[in-house]
Write a protein that binds this ligand. Sequence first.
Ligand SMILES: Cc1ncc(COP(=O)(O)OP(=O)(O)O)c(N)n1
Ligand SMILES: Cc1nc(C(=O)O)sc1CCOP(=O)(O)O
Ligand SMILES: [Mg+2]
Length: 217
Amino acid sequence: MNSPWPQRGLYAITPDDTDTLRLVARVETVLVAGAQWLQYRNKAANPHLRREQALALLPICRRHGVPLIVNDDWRLAAQIGADGAHLGEDDGELAAARAAMGDRALIGASCYDRFDLARAAAATGASYIAFGAFFASPTKPNARRATPELLQQSAILRLPRVAIGGITPDNARSLVAAGADLLAVISGVFDAPDPAAAVRAYLSCFDEARSEEFPNE
Ligand SMILES: Cc1ncc(COP(=O)(O)OP(=O)(O)O)c(N)n1
Ligand SMILES: Cc1nc(C(=O)O)sc1CCOP(=O)(O)O
Ligand SMILES: [Mg+2]
């Protein structure tokens, strides 16, 4: 993908926080610590609050050079000038989002535990494919479970591969080793006692994978 955005790293996803000022402060901490992408996701917010919060996060993301992806609602993403949208199986047609948002928008697709969904999303113009849940997720306890082999298998699609679901700094290495380009995390970052330290711990998983690939650097 020819994209101005980093293609590896930590993809932080916001928790269900209905206090906008507090959410903004929490996100600022995480972006200062080095998270490369941000998704605004808030299942506890009504449409008015979602718009308010997404708008509040946009200047922070801009300041840190981090793309803002809006979960579920590509129309909201387009209205506020966000960088993209993340779509799951109940979130509308990827083709319609792509047509409305244009070639440069980051449009991600949830593929759960299914390679066929990833192949279809790639053919329809997804910017990245997301698989999960790889581990038991405190945020989504009933999520379907995916295996690291799916990350390996989907290398052939030549799109950034996002891993999600119960990822901690301790279990993340296995996913990076299997080919995850971006680690998408909610609780492991935002519920950590020290979110900035958690961000750094996730990022170190990529450094370690690289030094194993290129031991003389
Ligand atoms: C990066 C990323 N991957 C997967 C999801 C899950 O999307 P979806 O299945 O639509 O579920 P909700 O997030 O809407 O509950 C995601 N949001 N981000
Ligand atoms: C939003 C979401 N989607 C998933 C999927 O498998 O598609 S798992 C998940 C929750 C991710 O939160 P945490 O990092 O706290 O486990
Ligand atoms: Mg969704």
